[in-house]
Design a protein around this ligand. Sequence first.
Ligand SMILES: *[C@@H]1O[C@H](CO)[C@@H](O)[C@H](O)[C@H]1NC(C)=O
Ligand SMILES: *[C@@H]1O[C@H](CO)[C@@H](O)[C@H](O)[C@H]1NC(C)=O
Length: 520
Amino acid sequence: MYVYSGSTEFCFLQVGVEGVLAFAMAMAVYWLFLLSSLFVLRADAKEAGFDVRRHLSTAARYGVVKDVASNGFVPSEIPNGCDAIHLNLVARHGTRSPTKKRMRELDHLSAHIGELIRDAEEQNLSLKQVPDWLRGWKSPWRGKLKGGELISKGEHELYDLGIRVRGTFPDLFDEEYHPDVYVLKATQVPRASSSAVAFGMGLFSGKGTLGPGNHRAFAVTSESRASDIKLRFHDCCENYKDFRKKQEPGVDKLKEPILDEITASLVSRYGLKFTRQDTASLWFLCKQEASLLDITDQACGLFSPDEVASLEWTDDLEVFILKGYGNSLNYRMGVPLLKDVLESMEEAIKAREEKFPPGSYEKARLRFAHAETVVPFSCLLGLFLEGSEFLQIQREQPLDLPLKPPQTRNWRGSTVAPFGGNNMLVLYNCPSNTSSPYFVQVLHNEHPIPMPGCGGADFCPFEVFKDKIAAPHLKHDYHVICNVKPEAVEHRPVSGYAKLSAFFRWLIWGDDTKSDKVEL
Ligand SMILES: *[C@@H]1O[C@H](CO)[C@@H](O)[C@H](O)[C@H]1NC(C)=O
Ligand SMILES: *[C@@H]1O[C@H](CO)[C@@H](O)[C@H](O)[C@H]1NC(C)=O
């Protein structure tokens, strides 16, 4: 607009008095055109280009989000003569059914919607605005007694990933299977080990003698859940569990204004007295319907694209605060995994340097776990940071929360850890480079991704990767991070006094969860 008023003056000088009328008409036409094109643009963005399945945070399905372009980043060419010699994979399990607790939440939602409709009928209110599907709606998972398992869509995600990985790195997977050459590890949670099996079936398909698919048996091993500090470090980390419990009320507080605003819109749009809890459950239902059942015109259809974007952001905030960069403990507790990755690379380098015979050394270490694994691991690699944030992290300064839409952000749950989301670290040997013969490439969801810790490169000299990205984390010790109580607590006697002082604090300040702020 500023630019245009400048040129208006210029036009007047040129055209003179006679031209004013014609000019004014031209202006009117111009503004009409501008306005109508603005409307068209808005409508376009909202309807045609909007795919709700890409806005489901960590409930997004892999195939829907894996190729969503990331800021036009152009990956570097792998120099000629470089060979991939080792692969580390850290993957999240594939799409899975809701947990038992969540299925119960949907049963409650169903009951409450029934009440709301009955109330409206009793008060003789019009139900014209109520979508048909809501009347008599029952959860698709009602009566199901067990949840959380990998579903068929999730099997395909991992199976197809296995096939693609073999296709992308033929030289890594040309050897005969041996459990020490191709190591598959999963957590002791069935959806993770099922994911490992689906991946392995794809990776080794056609290489065996079993059944029409010529499958072969392969090993998937797990640590005990109680001591799996490489893949379920969050579960063994007492300080993290304390932190999380303390933060959860604060996270809910952050979500409330958004939920309340959307609840008010839903109430006026559909004429039912939805509560904040209903809105939260309807959003959860939208995510499940869209990801698991490919239904996007029921629960998801209740929300406008802007509302979806806001709800997605609240989910992303939660991931950021409780699993991501929001607190250094979230990812520092992943040091045993980072150490394991680095050691596997060093062993692969040793095997190459000392010319070990084929079949005597590991070529891939493939891990199947959870969002609680993949998100912190991405943070340890320094992925998705913007601008000077890598330096802030190194100086232990807290990061700002991801920006609220319509502002853009790098931190999106649907990118960082969708179902089946993964990081692959490919170790390359470039023999012709005498100063730096080994490189690390990080593929996030199969696409090369820049590493802020390596000056924004996506093909990082191994020594730089080791010193600049891994070493600052590896100086921390898991057991100190996780199981030594922070100072304030440490000095307090364990027995009666602690309980007593907690009681007095409760007396004076009340329940301290109420005053909880989200500290980053
Ligand atoms: C409900 O509304 C309809 C039409 O508006 C009216 O005919 C009917 O008498 C009303 N019933 C009650 C119970 O108020
Ligand atoms: C060797 O690697 C370094 C990065 O460590 C790079 O700057 C250099 O160009 C490479 N040299 C050759 C000959 O490829």
